[in-house]
Design a protein around this ligand. Structure first.
Ligand code: FAD
Length: 421
C-alpha cells in the first residue's frame, strides 16, 4: 500500500534522552521531512543505575536501529539461578542452550547508552533542558517551556521522559503513580574478588529472602553488579520515596539483608561508602491511549507504561516504541492523524497484556501462599516467591520481534482495506 499524501516538514521534540528518547531520535532521523530534537534535563548524558539485561527482544530492536554491532561489552547470561539467600539452596536454574546470533547479556547501562549515542546524528540532542510544562497552541503545535526560561515549538512532542513524565502530567493530568513498596539499591564492584568469596557468584543469580532479594551478576570488563531489593511498607515509606538514583549509606542498605549468607553480606559490605544508589519503584495504571492533544503528544517508554521495571526489559520496550512510532510516521508520510492511531493500535494491546500478566502473577502468588497455611516457614515463603510464571510462555515479551510485529500490522491493515473495497 502506498500513501499518496506527503505533508510538509514535521518538527518533533523528544523530551528525555534515555533509551526510549535516543532510540526514537535515531529512528526518526532516518525519515524524510522530519526535524528531530531531543531535550534532556541532564547536563551530561550519563545513565544512572548499574547493569541492564539485553535479551532477544532488545537485540531485535537494536538491530533495526543499526546499533546492535556497536554494543560489544557484557556478560553472557545463558545461565541464571534462583537461590535461597539464607540457606544457599538452589530452587530454580534457567539454562539457555539453543544457539542464537546474539545471546542474552547483562551489560553496564552506560554501554547501552554510549552505543545509542553513537548513532544519534550531531546537533540533535540539547542538554540542560529540563522541561517544566507544555502548552497546546492550536494549529501552531505545542510549546515546550524549559527551566532555563527558553521556549521551543514543535508539531509533535514525544514524551520519553520516564516514569515521572512532565509530558504525561500535562496531557493526562489525572494520572498518578504510587510507591509500590519495592526499594532497590544498586552498585557496581570489581568482580574477581567477589567470585573468590564464592564461585557461585560467577553466575548471574537472584538470592532470595521472603520479601527481599540480592541480584549478583557480572556485567563484563571485570565488573559486576549488585542490585539488592527489599519490601518497605508503602503506608510507612511513601512520603520519603520520591527520587531515583539517590545516594544512600552502607549501614542502611546492609540492615535489610542481615539474614543472608555471610559471603553475601561480606560482598555487600565491600561497596564503597557513597557508591550505593537507591531506586524507589513507582507504578501507575494502564493508559487507554498513548496519544493526546489531537495527535500532537505521544508517550514512549516508561512514561507510557509505568510498570516500574517489571519484566526487566523496559529499555527494550522503550526502544520498540520509538522504532514503531517512526515507522508509522514514515508509512503515513508524517500525517500524525493516521500515524499516531496506528502506533496506539500496535502498542496498546501489548502493554494491556503486560498489566494483565502482572495481575495474574500476583494472584497466583497469593493463592500459593494461602495454600501454605497460617505461618509458612522462611524457606516455603522463598519458594512461593520464586514462581517462574507457572511454566507460562513468555516469548511474547522476551522473543518479541518488533520488525515482524510491524509487518503483521501493515499486512492486517492492507487486508482490512482490501476487504473494505
Ligand atoms: C531496578 C530496575 C531494573 C531494570 N532492569 C532492566 C533491564 O535489565 N533491562 C531493561 O531493558 N530494562 C530494565 N529496567 C527498565 C528500564 O530501566 C526502563 O524501562 C528504561 O530506562 C526506560 O527508558 P525511558 O527512555 O523510557 O526512560 P528513562 O530511562 O527513565 O529516561 C528518561 C530520560 O528523560 C529525562 N527527563 C526526565 N524528566 C525530564 C524533563 N522534565 N525534561 C527533560 N528531560 C527529562 C531523564 O533525565 C532521562 O534521561 C529496569 C528498571 C528498574 C527500576
Amino acid at each position: 500500500m502506498t500513501i499518496e499524501t506527503s505533508l510538509g516538514l514535521l518538527r518533533v521534540a523528544v523530551v528525555g534522552g534515555g533509551p526510549g528518547g535516543l532510540a526514537t531520535a535515531i529512528a526518526l532521523s532516518n525519515i524524510p521531512n522530519v526535524e528531530v530534537k531531543v531535550y534532556e534535563q541532564a547536563s551530561l548524558l550519563r545513565e544512572v543505575g548499574a547493569g541492564i539485561s539485553i535479551g532477544q527482544n532488545t537485540w531485535n530492536v537494536l538491530e533495526l536501529l543499526g546499533v546492535a554491532d556497536t554494543l560489544t561489552s557484557g556478560h553472557v547470561t545463558d545461565v541464571v539461578g534462583n537461590l535461597n539467600g539464607k540457606t544457599g539452596e538452589e530452587i530454580h536454574r534457567q539454562v539457555k542452550t539453543a544457539p542464537v546470533k546474539r545471546p542474552q547479556i547483562r551489560t553496564q547501562r552506560t554501554k547501552l547508552q554510549s552505543a545509542l549515542l553513537a548513532h544519534v546524528p550531531p546537533g540533535v540532542i540539547e542538554l540542560s533542558k529540563k522541561l517544566t510544562r507544555i502548552v497546546d497552541i492550536g494549529n501552531d503545535g505545542v510549546e515546550l517551556h524549559f527551566k532555563d526560561g527558553t521556549v521551543a515549538t514543535a508539531d509533535l512532542v514525544v514524551g520519553a521522559d520516564g516514569i515521572r513524565s512532565v509530558v504525561r502530567d500535562a496531557a493526562w493530568p489525572d494520572y498518578e503513580i504510587k510507591f509500590t513498596g519495592t526499594t532497590i539499591w544498586r552498585a557496581l564492584l570489581p568482580w574477581d574478588d567477589v567470585v573468590k568469596q564464592d564461585p557461585r557468584f560467577a553466575t548471574t543469580a537472584w538470592w532470595h529472602g521472603p520479601t527481599s532479594h540480592v541480584w549478583f551478576s557480572p556485567v563484563g570488563e571485570g565488573l559486576g553488579e549488585i542490585a539488592a531489593r527489599s519490601w518497605q511498607d508503602p503506608a510507612v515509606h511513601s512520603a520519603d520515596k520520591v527520587s531515583w538514583g539517590v545516594p544512600v549509606g552502607n549501614a542502611y542498605v546492609e540492615s535489610h539483608f542481615e539474614e543472608y549468607l555471610p559471603q553475601i553480606r561480606e560482598v555487600i559490605s565491600w561497596v564503597k561508602e557513597g557508591d550505593w544508589r537507591e531506586f524507589a519503584a513507582f507504578a501507575g495504571p494502564e493508559l487507554s491511549k498513548l496519544t493526546a492533544w489531537d495527535d500532537k503528544v505521544v508517550l514512549v517508554g516508561d512514561s507510557s507504561h509505568a510498570l516500574s521495571g517489571a519484566f526487566g526489559s523496559g529499555a527494550g520496550f522503550a526502544m520498540e516504541d520509538g522504532w514503531v512510532l517512526a515507522q508509522a510516521l514514515r508509512h503515513y508520510r508524517n500525517d500524525v492523524h493516521r500515524a499516531l492511531p496506528l502506533f496506539d493500535r500496535i502498542r496498546l494491546p501489548y502493554y494491556a497484556r503486560m498489566y494483565a500478566h502482572l495481575q495474574g502473577q500476583a494472584a497466583q502468588r497469593a493463592a500459593k501462599l494461602a495454600e501454605l497455611g497460617e505461618s509458612p516457614s522462611y524457606d516455603d515463603r522463598v519458594r512461593v516467591k520464586i514462581i517462574k510464571d507457572g511454566g507460562s510462555d513468555m516469548s511474547w515479551i522476551y522473543g518479541n520481534h518488533i520488525g515482524r510485529v510491524w509487518e503483521d500490522a501493515i499486512s492486517a491493515l492492507e487486508q482490512g482495506q482490501t476487504e473494505d473495497t
